[in-house]
Design a protein around this ligand. Sequence first.
Ligand code: BG6
Length: 501
Amino acid sequence: MEKPENCTIVIFGASGDLTKRKLIPALYKLFQHNLLPERFTVLGAARSDLTDKKFRDSALQFVEEKKNETAENFKRHLYYLSLREYSPAEFARLNKKLKELNEELDTGENCIYYLATPPGAFEDIAIALGVEKMQFQGEKSWKRLIIEKPFGESLQTARELNKRLCKIFNENQIYRIDHYLGKETVQNIFVTRFSNGIFEPLWNRNYVNHVEITAAEKDGIGTRGGYYDGTGALRDMVQNHLLQILALIAMEPPASLRPEAIRDEKLKVFESLRIMRPEDVESRVIRGQYVANKIGREIVAGYREEMGVGRNSHAETYVAIKLFIDNWRWGGVPFYLRTGKRMPTTVTEAVIHFRPTPHSLFRITDGTFNQLVIRIQPDEGMLLKVSMKVPGRGYNVQEINMDFHYSELSGQYVPGAYERLLLDAIEGDATLYARGDAVEASWKFIQPVLDAWDKYPGIKLFGYPAGTWGPENADDLIEESGLTWRYPCRNLTGEGSYCEL
Ligand code: BG6
């Protein structure tokens, strides 16, 4: 395979967690697989006072094999510059440093600026880059900006951020990251739909009864209380990750694999989401917050007892939504989305529930609908539930699983999400990055829910015991249609009593 063009990757927020836990390990893996350019430099920039050596030593903290020759070779590509602040004066120093490194290492002028800082710094960094004219591209050189989530905290702030960034960078230089799009199984939704003749004819309102998307996490909020408390699950998980999965499930086939062709189709899905009226929010969106519980022998703290969280916090750690996509393909089909922290297990999956046969000839022992379960993580794979005859007399029917696990593809290396996304940005492929208009369109759907929560404090926040599947009221959301949520691990139901907060 041809190597990508030489470049420098500047990581802002280089002493932070994201850099250590995700970015450096991903770059290291790419290096190990010989996928990085012939000549490249990673320049960490942050406020901490570090030397190149200290940065090199601490950066590989989360790389598994950090004591071998490859690691030593990789380290030689890492540099560090401490910045007092993200201001034009400091960026003049940064610019000078980049030029010096470039001269010394001959990496060329291509550059990626990775904003791995808290969102409060995004704009300052972009402005300082602009003042120093560091976004300008030559005839044969490029400059790209990768921006981490959260992209805005409301429709208005997302719009403003887009507007300000676009004054400095062209839209095609901006790469808004959503790491779910880098997951192999998320991309596989697209391939499964459009490379098989058997699913697509059924993939519509005539044959699909409803769609369920779940992203459950076993862990609580850990040390991220400071960030999470002002954010909540709707902004943290639904506005981006869950809606991106939804878009891949619901989109029309693109005209080609061009990034813009795919992104155009996803945008149409966001634009077709039925905007909720304030009076519908209480019945269509269930929010919850975990409370202390005993899980096995361990007493697990409630959300309000976590570090950095307000004692009367109203941040939701769980949210379940019933939504509709108003277009010809999906008219009338409910989509149920849910996500939560401190659930019985960690699992992300999308389930297409097909309509039952129009008339039932057989006695069905269990299972009523055919289901296609797309297991995004863990145990990545796909499961098709179909009915089969129970051996013996009569025509008793039972549900069986046709089950595929990615792990069975032995010998195939499955790259992590950040590896894939970083490599795509280096190669200038923005397909798996969110486009500005799509981010705004997804916020348009989310904002009325946030507004209703603000305006009607009477809308309940339900307490659910840590280690359970969230508030029981979320069951009503789906049960009103005579359905139930799919519990990916039936034996893990969790115990404890529910309450109102
Ligand atoms: C992040 C959220 O974007 O995604 C976290 O901020 C969440 O709250 C995480 O835990 C989940 O990502 P993954 O890849 O572990 O499913």
